[in-house]
Write a protein that binds this ligand. Structure first.
Ligand code: PLP
Length: 369
């Protein structure tokens, strides 16, 4: 199969074995055999973040990552309660839009796209709104810019003020070390097609069981994306509430096997090496990067566009795309940037090949940096 190097932040490049895992005999998802498969996937998703089965549960939804964000936001804010939403990019903004769509009262704590989260300011606002606020939501790796936000610190503060802690770990799960207990996670979301290196189509939420039981009788704001009902149905019957993306779950099973064969620490090291290679290669060509090295997720870089009039993102994209490399535009106020993710089944040799293709593009179009 042709191997494309996807430098967009998900869906990521997958191994051929993950692709092939989708080719299975047809099966009705209400069969016990399939139920066992789903249970094993849920168990192993917990293992990725050291979440003990006695305290945590994984809930799967058919959908993209946003389905998991929607389910968590609409299902976990107490009646009469409010949610604090910490924002420093488009994915934080998305949580706010979801809350607004359901008319859930929220407090916005916004540091601007690309801004750094000021932990002290967050604590002041949580403390001032004690009693009214029942939940705090933030993005771990803000994929709009490539910054890694201080999830553990905010988790500890949320606990201190007795608020449910919600973490969008969609682009950090299986890409950086996360310990669900240490981070005081109540609900964390991710998806099958980013750092876990499976196919697109499954969104999941890792829930602290006590927090999940607490939301059981909250007002239902969505029928399809109700977190507790989705959980309870599978718990009680061993069957998904609605049709699951069967083949994508087989691929996720295989992707989890490959994660454990590689080992979490080795995966994080491979991503880090990809990131270092990419960073050094770009700086060497003369590009400027958005963030300081110490703030970066090591999974994605935001790169300033060259000021040269010969530069054109679309032309650069098409040139690289023809060679099997997919790059990604910037977002929000960062439109004069482009983004490169180093997640997925790729290695530093792929990154070096990308850098030399990029160098060829710059030279052949006489673009100066
Ligand atoms: C990818 C991503 C999402 C979800 O995007 P979908 O297109 O719905 O899969 C949400 N949050 C973050 C941080 C992401 O990187």
């Amino acid at each position: 199969m042709k191997r494309n190097i996807l430098l967009n932040p998900g869906p990521a490049t997958t191994s051929d074995t993950v692709k092939m895992a989708m080719v299975v005999p047809d099966i009705c998802p209400r069969e016990e055999e399939f139920s066992r498969l789903v249970k094993s996937v849920c168990r192993d998703l917990l293992k990725v973040v050291n979440a003990p089965e006695s305290e945590f549960a994984a809930v799967l939804f058919a959908g993209s990552g946003t389905a998991a964000m929607d389910a968590v936001i609409n299902s976990t804010v107490a009646p009469g309660g409010k949610i604090a939403i910490i924002i420093n990019g488009a994915y934080g903004e998305r949580m706010l839009k979801i809350a607004a769509a359901y008319k859930i009262p929220y407090i916005e704590i916004n540091f601007g796209a690309g801004g750094k989260i000021d932990i002290g300011r967050v604590e002041t606002i949580l403390s001032e709104n004690r009693g009214a606020l029942t939940a705090v939501a933030m993005v771990h790796h803000e994929t709009t810019t490539g910054i890694l936000n201080p999830a553990k610190e905010i988790g500890v503060i949320s606990k201190k003020y007795n608020m449910a802690f919600i973490l969008d770990s969609i682009s950090s799960f299986a890409g950086v070390a996360i310990d669900a207990k240490e981070f005081n996670i109540d609900f964390m979301m991710s998806t099958s097609n980013k750092c876990i290196q499976g196919m697109a189509g499954v969104a999941f939420v890792i829930c602290r069981k006590a927090a999940l039981e607490a939301v059981k009788n909250y007002e239902k704001r969505s029928f399809y994306l109700d977190l507790y009902d989705q959980y309870a149905h599978f718990e009680q019957r061993g069957e998904s509430r609605f049709t699951p993306p069967v083949q994508v779950i087989y691929a996720l099973r295989r992707a989890l096997d490959e994660y454990f064969i590689e080992g979490g620490p080795n995966r994080f090291k491979r991503y880090e090496k990809n990131w270092k290679t990419l960073r050094a290669g770009l700086l060497n060509l003369g590009f400027r990067l958005l963030h300081d090295e110490k703030d970066e997720s090591k999974i994605l870089l935001t790169v300033h566009e060259p000021p040269d009039p010969n530069y054109d993102f679309k032309k650069m994209h098409d040139y690289l795309y023809a060679l099997g490399f997919t790059i990604y535009p910037g977002k929000m106020n960062l439109l004069k940037t482009f983004r490169l993710a180093n997640m997925g089944d790729i290695n530093s040799e792929d990154i070096n090949n990308f850098i030399s293709a990029l160098s060829d593009y710059l030279k052949s179009n006489d673009i100066k940096l």
